[in-house]
Design a protein around this ligand. Structure first.
Ligand code: ZN
Length: 330
């Protein structure tokens, strides 16, 4: 197996049911139930959803760190999307931020955090994001458009302006998700207006190597500040299998824009982190014809360049937003 000098997982989540609302699991379970039974039996999705939720009890990331060690992953970007505007949530955004900060303190040097704020929270959401960056040193913004907004919605602009000033990357979900959310905001092209307006902000299309791949590839090739990650790759819908799907992606001249990510724990039942990494790096795997320097960039180097330098990320606040902020309280 080829081993790059460093592996950084650019897309991962804390497997904690405190941070992911039940309605998210029920949606995922609805598709599972439909696969299992021709017609969904009443209450089946809710039951399966509860089983799924039981897998999400790694609140302090001890299990995740063990999995990272087995896989040879040095550091991981934890993504904390804001579902609190659309789903009844056990934890508030403040609680979620505190939990992610506690995980970082418990496992020093192992985690980066990209935190999410729904733009409909307006001023108070902006203030909260600024606070968690200042207080906890979080290093990026996670955007979840299927909650019901375009990533180029102008209500996002104050947050992007803040990210530009602090040199924080923005990672946005693309492609389908739980069916309890809205897929119409999942297209990678929806970032175009924001990416054009904020050339100083680097945008990462989460799952861009797996969903809407044609659009994601074009965005990466023609918008200098747009990147994609390959998270979710074991589930790529391709007749030739995920290995060939990725080999094709790696042959398109955009390898400087591609970031490794697992999306653990979403595929933890299907594939483990060590199996995912070795499947990528084995001699006959999808990276077989890439130069060592390209493998190193995909597996760690590119996300490393997009993360803010510590001095920028922890700079004292005082950068006021140019855009008008209105909204509710998170
Ligand atoms: Zn994810």
């Amino acid at each position: 197996m080829r081993r790059p000098p460093l592996i950084v997982d650019g897309h991962c989540h804390l497997a904690s049911s405190r941070c992911i609302p039940s309605e998210f699991f029920v949606g995922v379970a609805r598709n599972m139930a439909r696969k299992q039974f021709a017609r969904e039996r009443s209450g089946e999705a809710e039951k399966l959803g509860r089983v799924l939720e039981l897998q999400y009890h790694d609140h302090d990331a001890d299990r995740l760190v063990r999995k990272m060690d087995e896989a040879g992953i040095a550091r991981t970007v934890l993504l904390a999307p804001d579902f609190t505007h659309v789903f009844k949530s056990q934890y508030s955004l403040e609680d979620m931020a505190a939990q992610h900060a506690a995980v970082r303190a418990r496992h020093p040097g192992r985690f980066h955090v990209f935190f999410g704020v729904d733009p409909r929270w307006g001023r108070s959401g902006y203030d909260l994001f600024e606070r968690v960056v200042d207080r906890h040193g979080f290093e990026g913004l996670k955007v979840y458009p299927p909650c019901g907004f375009s990533p180029s919605d102008e209500r996002m602009f104050p947050l992007y302006e803040f990210c530009a000033a602090r040199q924080l990357p923005v990672l946005l979900h693309t492609g389908p998700t739980t069916p309890t959310l809205d897929f119409s905001y999942a297209d990678p092209y929806l970032i175009d207006a924001a990416a054009k307006h904020f050339p100083g902000v680097n945008f990462i299309l989460a799952h861009g190597g797996v969903n809407f791949v044609e659009q994601a590839k074009l965005m990466c090739n023609y918008r200098a500040n747009v990147y994609l990650d390959i998270s979710g790759f074991p589930a790529a819908m391709s007749a030739s299998g995920w290995q060939q799907h990725l080999a094709d992606l790696f042959s398109q001249g955009i390898n400087h824009k591609i970031i490794f990510g697992t999306d653990w724990p979403v595929f933890s039942m299907k594939d483990d982190l060590a199996a995912m990494v070795s499947g990528l790096l084995e001699e006959t795997g999808p990276m077989r014809s890439l130069a060592d320097s390209t493998v190193a960039a995909i597996m760690a180097g590119t996300i490393g360049k997009l993360l803010p330098s510590p001095s920028v990320a922890t700079q004292a606040s005082g950068i006021g937003p140019m855009f008008e902020l209105e909204g509710e309280k998170p």
